[in-house]
Write a new protein. Structure first.
Length: 145
């Protein structure tokens, strides 16, 4: 990706995405405001950022394993998909899966990670049949337990 990932700060409190370690695939995303999630509650949490994802790529917003393990925080639509043409604020849909404890997300907390992936966009072609495969129409559970 020549020139890097272009990021527009929409809120002066917003933190730019960062990698914890050199070579990490994911960029940490940070909450721009504080939110309290009651047990079972979900919220759309802003990052205060807009991105310019390069053409031919998409952004996948993925959960952070530490938040899930320590606080039961998951992403409602994991992975979230950001198309290259989207220029609005990057928001993360968090869900508190804990049945008892509320979870506090403070401004500046890492709430998710962003991974950029290349995408193929072939034309859709309707056909009369599909090539035969070893799996065939075997779906859920077709490979055993």
């Amino acid at each position: 990706m020549s020139g890097g990932l272009r990021v527009l700060r929409l809120d002066p409190r917003a933190k730019l995405p960062t990698r914890a370690y050199s070579g990490d695939a994911g960029l940490d995303l940070y909450a721009v405001s504080t939110v309290m999630l009651a047990p079972g509650e979900r919220a759309s949490v802003g990052t205060g950022l807009a991105l310019e994802i390069p053409a031919g790529q998409a952004g996948l917003v993925l959960p952070r394993s530490g938040l899930a393990a320590r606080h039961g925080i998951a992403l409602v639509n994991s992975p979230g998909l950001i198309d290259a043409g989207y220029r609005g604020e990057l928001r993360v849909l968090l869900l508190n899966t804990d049945r008892v404890e509320a979870a506090a997300i403070d401004a500046g907390d890492r709430i998710a990670q962003l991974v950029l992936v290349r995408v193929e966009t072939p034309p859709v072609v309707e056909v009369g049949d599909l090539a035969v495969s070893a799996r065939g129409a075997g779906g859920f559970g077709s490979s055993g337990s």
